[in-house]
Write a protein that binds this ligand. Structure first.
Ligand code: NAP
Length: 265
């Protein structure tokens, strides 16, 4: 599959924590059957505890079939229906890394979840849905919003905890945020136009514009940082916020997989 920095970060993280990793770089021409046979061989290998399929897969490969081929015991991404089902039932399972990292972040900063009004904007399989399940498990009162939600701002403004994963650069503004709320910005959007950067960062745009000149893009979340900081109590930055935790949680899931596979009771 296409090389990218996402798998490199994961390999580096494995090295840092002492997990042996294997990277199977497959050509663009790989068929679903060839990928399935690789997954089957990794499923059956005793020395492999975790398998991660770097998504998105090229067009023509059936992503659902591939995800479902990974043994649930080695599914360190938590995308297999068995693990999704266990999470929905409140049973121990591998939890998708980004929402798991957000719970860690809230706990680390002693931000109360029990009884809080939590709103998750976005209902994807990798962020929104598992995020809502985890918050529910921790006794939050959870509302899930999506592209068909009527009057989004009226709903999000009720939330003590607002978690946004929609993939729309800076869409969540101050009218969406309850004063003092904790805002978790999962979005990772590339801005390539100076005018867009100016509009989102206002008087703080200078450093972002120099990144844009250097790299050709700058990363922004789904939350308008300039506006959010006028009302929110706390906000995770992009970059440097939730993204860093995702890889850390992958390491944690891999360790859990190794322990569970070796546990005899
Ligand atoms: P996704 O699969 O594209 O899902 C987007 C969700 O947002 C959908 O549920 C969609 O609603 C909803 N949505 C879209 N436009 C909306 C609007 N105008 N109002 C309300 N809801 C809207 O996205 P994803 O994979 O969850 O990713 C979301 C963002 O998080 C992306 O920027 C992605 O790059 C980022 N991300 C970051 C990390 C990290 O580690 N930091 C990890 C994963 C994803 P419908 O269901 O109705 O279409």
């Amino acid at each position: 599959m296409k090389p990218g920095s996402r798998w490199r970060n994961k390999i580096r993280a494995c090295e840092e924590v002492g997990i042996r990793s294997e990277h199977h770089a497959l050509p663009e021409s790989t068929t679903s059957d060839e990928l399935l046979s690789l997954i089957q061989s990794l499923n059956s290998r005793e020395d492999i505890d975790g398998i991660l399929v770097q998504l998105p897969l090229p067009k023509g490969i059936d992503e659902t079939r591939i995800i479902e081929a990974v043994s649930p015991e080695k599914d360190v991404d938590g995308f297999h229906p068995v693990n999704v089902g266990k999470l929905a039932m409140g049973r121990q399972s591998f939890v998708p890394c980004t929402p798991a990292g957000i719970i860690e972040l809230l706990d680390y900063h002693s931000i109360g979840i029990r009884g809080a009004a939590a709103c998750v904007v976005g209902r994807s399989q990798i962020v929104g849905r598992p995020m809502a399940q985890l918050l529910l498990q921790r006794d939050a009162t959870v509302t899930i919003c999506h592209s068909r939600t009527r009057d989004l701002a009226a709903v999000t403004r009720e939330a003590d905890l607002l978690i946004v994963a929609i993939g729309r650069a800076g869409m969540i503004g101050k009218e969406h945020i309850k004063p003092g709320a904790t805002v978790i910005d999962v979005g990772m959007n590339k801005l390539t136009e100076a005018a867009e950067v100016q509009a989102l960062f206002g008087s703080d745009a200078e450093s972002r514009l120099s990144v844009l000149t250097k790299r050709g893009y700058t990363l922004v979340g789904d939350v308008n940082p300039f506006e959010a900081d006028q009302v929110a109590g706390k906000r995770t930055p992009v970059p440097g916020g939730v993204g860093l935790l995702t890889v850390a949680m992958l390491m944690k899931n891999t360790l859990m997989a190794a322990k569970l596979r070796r546990c005899t009771d």
